[in-house]
Ligand binder design. Sequence first.
Ligand code: NDP
Length: 465
Amino acid sequence: SQAEIGLIGLGTMGAALALNIAEKGFPIAVWNRTTEVTRRFHATAGDLADRVVPTETLEGLVKAIAKPRTIILMVPAGQAVDDQLDALTPYLDSDDLVIDAGNADFHDTNRRSAAGLPFRFLGMGVSGGEEGARHGPSIMAGGSADDWDRIGNVLTAISAKAEDGSPCAARMGDAGAGHFVKMVHNGIEYADMQMIAEVYGLMRDGMGKSAGDISTVFDSWNAGPLQSYLIEISAKVTAANDPHSDKPMVDMILDRAGQKGTGRWTAIEAQHLAAPIPVIEAAVMARNVSARLDERQAGQARFGASAQAIDLPAETLEQALIAGKILCYAQGFSMIDAAAKSFGWSLDLPGIARVWRAGCIIRSAMLNDMADALAEDPARNLVMAPYFADLIESALPALRQVVASAIAAGHPLPALASGLMWFDMMRTARGTANMIQAQRDFFGAHGFERLDGVDDKHGPWGASH
Ligand code: NDP
């Protein structure tokens, strides 16, 4: 009998996803560029091996799958995907479906969708790393509703399930919409991680807490409103000891963060969309600064470190983080809304919050409430939803206190501070852009709108206009 689905690319993610699919009862044919990898995969598939059909040529893979065929691609984003699509073309029929499940740039997915490929095509963001892929990822798909319907049963079966049992897999919208939502997910992931790192820094450098003490704080937060995978693993990593030195593991790790670029893509795309996402931008900036280790060392040698002692109750830090998190997600969802308008996608904001509730790196208790708040009125900024407006109001004094005292004591906290800046701007009905408009009119005769409706767009600056 033939396999129900095929998969190309048995790397970390592809192998885990293939086993997940087989485990849920779907016979799967697999192919990998390096044949030895395919053989090893099949040989180590254990009980699942009889649901896995290993194949050694692309043609063999295609023949092993029942028609109309569905093939998942799990290879590095970029040229490898285009090459694989080309290589498959001679073997596929027009109603066969190829799913790019790698971390594609959504512009590439848009391009591939529009290119008139000679078969059906879905772009699919998969979050949750290897563990997620094996036992239940969060799945964000983009493409036609018909194609989603065809394969949705497999994708929902392998996906993570939220507490209420609903699958964390959905079609986000057309073409690149799935990869776009995955990109914003990653941007939010950068920001969540950065805000946690910022309060970690206050506890370590301002309050002299040991990694173990900080772990206890994170642990207690994980039992409250901040309950989330990232807080949970932050408690775990600060609790771990380095087997080589027997010192706390985090104390032995170089403070230079890596990135594969999806946070940066989010920041760049936000600029194209004119969507304010300062918390995510600050998180990307912080990774870039972290990479400049030599510069930071020279800076400290010349100016001295700025961090002074500071004392803030753990509850205040927790409240600040709650506020920061809400502000960050409000910005992220607002960016998704801007993209929906700009690209003509009908993106279901509460549906996106629901898909993020389990399986992915940013999964958290708060996403349940965000899904509910967005369902009430998706067009409204999350901070204006009554539940979150109340939460922000009660947590804001703590955020302000943390940001103000950290700045005064020389502790950088760009993400939390940017969240607060944005919020204070968003609640200012009369801002300072009248000054910008006056300057623009002065030097460039750009004109301005008046408050009183008088029909004169220019100021009395002289002959320049
Ligand atoms: P790996 O490096 O572990 O595996 C890559 C796979 O792609 C291998 O099977 C490799 O085959 C194959 N491959 C590489 N280049 C080509 C090519 N030019 N043509 C055909 N096959 C090729 O990568 P991952 O599994 O980690 O990542 C796969 C995709 O999933 C990427 O887009 C990644 O960004 C994304 N992703 C990864 C996550 C993670 O946590 N790792 C999380 C979410 C998404 P061979 O054995 O021959 O080298």
